[in-house]
Design a protein around this ligand. Sequence first.
Ligand code: PGA
Length: 250
Amino acid sequence: MRKYIIAGNWKMNKLPSETYDFVKEIAKVTEGATCEVVCCTPYVCLTEAVKAAEGTHVKIGAENLHFEDKGAFTGEVSADMLKDIKVDYVIIGHSERRQYFAETDETVNKKTIKALEKGLIPIVCVGESLEEREAGITMDLIAIQIKKAFANIEAEDAKKVVIAYEPIWAIGTGKTATAEQAEEVCKGIREILAELYCEKCAEEFVIQYGGSMNDQNAAELLAKPNIDGGLIGGASLVAEKFAPIVKAAK
Ligand code: PGA
């Protein structure tokens, strides 16, 4: 049985000074959750977030990391630094990072390997643009993203990775993929994983959907057999909007 994981992706929102109270609020409104609840925050909020989450069911994640251990990489943050402040998860290869910060399938692979090596749980994002969907190449593109992300990663490690399917056209647009569209791709991702590893291994991967998931559409999306959670942007910034999504994940 796979466990649902509902993860908030705050992106570049919220101040360090707002973080402690907000994570406490998230812990309160999601109390008794049967799924894993994660808040992924900006780097500067992480220490406060970890402090607030201590002793609660909420787990904390970063939104990025660098793939090198240390050295002359001005402005970057390493996996050891994240582990040192007791962060559990890290988002890798979000489409905004691919689009605005030159993240590639190769850097996604390096970051995933590093995160696994250091004991962080990677949330690896894949997804197609509207043009790619309209051109009918969604699954081809996703297959490339998945295969490159998992290059040189053995099954035992690979299964620890959470995959977030996020169609770019659905992110922050209010335009959700239909539950059928999301399920089709998540199922396709599981088939690719079965090919890369084995049928049984593929069944163990947690695959999230992300892209305008909210309290109205979460239940229908999460009811699909291959959708095991959500990566939530906008709706993760307001506790009352995030809580119903967590509740729907059971
Ligand atoms: P959204 O963002 O829920 O605001 O569409 C999702 C994401 O980018 O992870």
